[in-house]
Design a binder for this molecule. Structure first.
Ligand SMILES: *[C@@H]1O[C@H](CO)[C@@H](O)[C@H](O)[C@H]1NC(C)=O
Ligand SMILES: *[C@@H]1O[C@H](CO)[C@@H](O)[C@H](O)[C@H]1NC(C)=O
Ligand SMILES: *[C@@H]1O[C@H](CO)[C@@H](O)[C@H](O)[C@H]1NC(C)=O
Ligand SMILES: *[C@@H]1O[C@H](CO)[C@@H](O)[C@H](O)[C@H]1NC(C)=O
Ligand SMILES: *[C@@H]1O[C@H](CO)[C@@H](O)[C@H](O)[C@H]1NC(C)=O
Ligand SMILES: *[C@@H]1O[C@H](CO)[C@@H](O)[C@H](O)[C@H]1NC(C)=O
Ligand SMILES: *[C@@H]1O[C@H](CO)[C@@H](O)[C@H](O)[C@H]1NC(C)=O
Length: 427
C-alpha cells in the first residue's frame, strides 16, 4: 500500500510550485461530451459494470514488480494469459474528442474518473514528432473489462482550441483489449491511481491532464465539472448524442441550478482512492432505508447505478422488480412503474431526489441493450457484493446525467448540484 497520508502533502506541494503566468481568463475550458450507442456491440452492460466494480474494488495500488525478460515481454505474456478472451465493445461509451501530437490528430477518448492514465491507440498510428519524447517507460493499466499496455511518451495534448498541454504523459498502446470502439482513454481520476503503472519507474506518479492544465497555468482551479443531459425519447439508439460537457478549471454556472454542495472525498477505502463519497439512499415518501450512510464512488466509466447486493434486494422488494436474465437489467410492469417512487440520495447535508423517470432505462434505447420496446427496465443494479466492502455503490453515468458534479482534485472534494434535467420526464 502506498502512504495515502503522504499524498495531500505531495499535492499541496504541487500547488505551491505552480506559479501560473499564462493563466487564461475565460474559465472554464469546456469540451463537448458525447454518449455513443452501438447496437451491434455487446449488450450486457451489467456484466461490464460489475467487472469494473470488481476491478476498482480490488485495486491494490502497489507498484508491480517485474523480474526477468524485458518488462514489456513479461507484461505482454501476462496480458495474454489474463485476457485470452475475445474483446468486447461497451455498447455505451461516453467520449470526448481530444487532439494529440504535432500535427494534431483527433482521438475519441473514453472519459474515465475511475482511472488516471491517459492513453491513445495505437502504436502504428502514432508518429513521434518534435513535440514528443519517449520516456523509455512502459505503461500498463488494468480495467474491469480490459487492459492497456503501451509505451509512455510526453507530447502535446490539445484539450480545446488554443489550449495545449505540453509534455503530457500519454500511453501509446501496443495492446488495448476491451476498447474496440474508442481511440483511447482520458483518465481524469485522482493522480494516486497512476502509481505502479509505469515500468521500470514503478514508483512514479503520473500527472493527469487536469494536474498539468493547472500546473501549466492554463486553468485557474484543478476542477473538473461534468454535465450531461438525460436522454429523450426522440433519440434513437444509433445516435451519438452530444448532450454533455466536461469543463476544466471551474464549474460552469450555466449547467446547474442553485448551489454546488461540496463534500470531502470519503476516507473509507477503497472508495477513497477514487471520486468516492459517503451517501445514504432511501426510497419513497416514507424514506425507507436502502443504503445507510456508506462509502462508494461516482464514476463516468460505469453506465448504471450500482448498489450493494443487500441494498438492491431491498429496492427490488420495494419496487417489485424482477431481473430480466436476457437483458441483465431489472424489469417492472407498467403498473409497478406507475407506483414507482423516488429514490433519495443524501450527500453531506443535502438530499437529492432521483425520480421514477430517472430510475428507468430510456425506453427509446431498449433495443440497444437487447430489450424489447414495450418493456420498462430499471437502471438500478447489483454491484455484486454486500455492504461493508468499502465501496457499496457506484453512481454511474445514468446518475451523473441527472445532476451536475464537480471533482476538485487538489481540495479532495466532490460537488453536486441540481440541473434542469434532475426532474426531467424524458424517458
Ligand atoms: C460496434 O461494435 C462492433 C462490435 O464490437 C464493432 O465491430 C464496431 O466497430 C462498432 N461500431 C462503432 C461505430 O463503433
Ligand atoms: C526514472 O526515475 C528516475 C529518478 O526519478 C529518473 O532519473 C529517470 O529518468 C526515470 N526513467 C524513466 C525511463 O522515466
Ligand atoms: C518536455 O520534456 C522533455 C523531456 O523531459 C524536455 O527535454 C523538454 O524541455 C520539455 N518541454 C517543455 C516545453 O517543458
Ligand atoms: C430531445 O432532444 C432533441 C435533440 O437533442 C431536442 O431537440 C428536443 O428538444 C428534446 N426534447 C425534449 C422533450 O427534451
Ligand atoms: C443501427 O446501426 C446498425 C448497424 O449499423 C443497423 O443494423 C441498425 O439498423 C441501425 N438501427 C437504427 C434504428 O438506425
Ligand atoms: C464517511 O463515513 C465513514 C464511515 O462511517 C466515516 O469514518 C468518515 O468519517 C465519513 N466521512 C468521510 C469524509 O470519510
Ligand atoms: C443508520 O445508521 C445509523 C448509524 O449507524 C443508525 O443509528 C440508524 O439506526 C440506521 N438507520 C436505519 C434505518 O437503519
Amino acid at each position: 500500500m502506498i502512504g495515502l497520508t503522504l499524498l495531500p502533502i505531495l499535492l499541496s506541494g504541487l500547488a505551491v510550485l505552480a506559479s501560473p503566468t499564462t493563466q487564461i481568463t475565460s474559465s472554464p475550458v469546456t469540451l463537448p461530451f458525447a454518449r455513443r450507442m452501438n447496437v451491434t456491440g455487446a449488450h450486457d452492460i451489467l456484466r461490464m459494470d460489475q467487472a469494473r466494480a470488481k476491478s476498482l474494488r480490488s485495486k491494490s495500488h502497489d507498484a508491480k514488480s517485474v523480474s526477468g525478460g524485458t518488462e514489456r515481454d513479461v507484461l505482454r505474456s501476462a496480458v495474454g494469459a489474463a485476457f485470452g478472451v475475445p474483446s468486447t465493445s461497451q455498447g455505451v461509451d461516453y467520449v470526448v474528442q481530444v487532439q494529440v501530437g504535432t500535427p494534431p490528430k483527433t482521438y475519441n477518448m473514453l472519459v474515465d474518473t475511475g482511472s488516471s492514465n491517459t492513453w491513445i491507440c495505437c502504436e502504428m498510428d502514432y508518429f513521434p514528432s518534435p513535440t514528443s519524447f519517449d520516456t523509455g517507460n512502459s505503461v500498463y493499466v488494468e480495467y474491469g473489462s480490459g487492459v492497456m499496455l503501451g509505451e509512455q511518451y510526453l507530447d502535446v495534448v490539445h484539450i480545446a482550441p488554443g489550449l495545449s498541454i505540453t509534455n503530457q504523459s500519454i500511453g501509446v498502446a501496443l495492446i488495448a483489449i476491451g476498447f474496440d470502439d474508442v481511440d483511447g482513454l482520458l483518465g481524469i481520476g485522482p493522480q494516486v491511481l497512476t502509481y505502479g503503472n509505469l515500468f521500470p519507474n514503478a514508483t512514479e506518479f503520473v500527472p493527469t491532464v487536469v494536474d498539468n492544465l493547472y500546473d501549466q497555468g492554463i486553468i485557474p482551479k484543478p476542477f473538473i465539472g461534468i454535465s450531461f443531459q438525460p436522454n429523450n425519447a426522440t433519440q434513437n439508439q444509433n445516435m451519438t448524442i452530444t448532450n454533455g460537457e466536461l469543463s476544466f478549471g471551474d464549474v460552469d454556472a450555466s449547467k446547474y441550478e442553485g448551489d454546488v454542495n461540496y463534500v470531502p472525498i470519503t476516507k473509507t477505502l477503497p472508495a477513497g482512492y477514487y471520486v468516492g463519497i459517503n451517501q445514504t439512499v432511501t426510497y419513497g415518501s416514507d424514506k425507507t432505508m436502502v443504503l445507510n450512510n456508506t462509502a462508494g464512488i461516482t464514476d463516468t466509466g460505469t453506465t448504471l447505478l450500482l448498489l450493494a447486493t443487500d441494498a438492491l434486494a431491498t429496492y427490488q422488494q420495494l419496487t417489485g422488480a424482477v431481473l430480466d436474465e436476457n437483458v441483465g437489467l431489472l424489469k417492472i410492469t407498467p403498473d409497478q412503474f406507475s407506483n414507482l417512487q423516488s429514490l433519495f440520495f443524501t450527500i453531506g447535508s443535502e438530499t437529492y431526489e432521483f425520480t421514477p423517470n430517472a430510475q428507468i432505462w430510456p425506453r427509446a434505447l431498449n433495443s440497444a441493450v437487447g430489450g424489447d420496446d414495450s418493456s420498462i427496465y430499471l437502471i438500478v443494479s447489483d454491484i455484486g457484493t454486500p455492504t461493508g466492502e468499502g465501496m457499496d455503490f457506484i453512481n454511474g453515468m445514468v446518475w451523473l446525467e441527472r445532476f451536475y458534479t464537480v471533482y476538485d482534485t487538489l481540495g479532495s472534494r466532490f460537488g453536486v448540484a441540481k440541473t434542469a434535467g434532475t426532474y426531467a420526464t424524458t424517458n
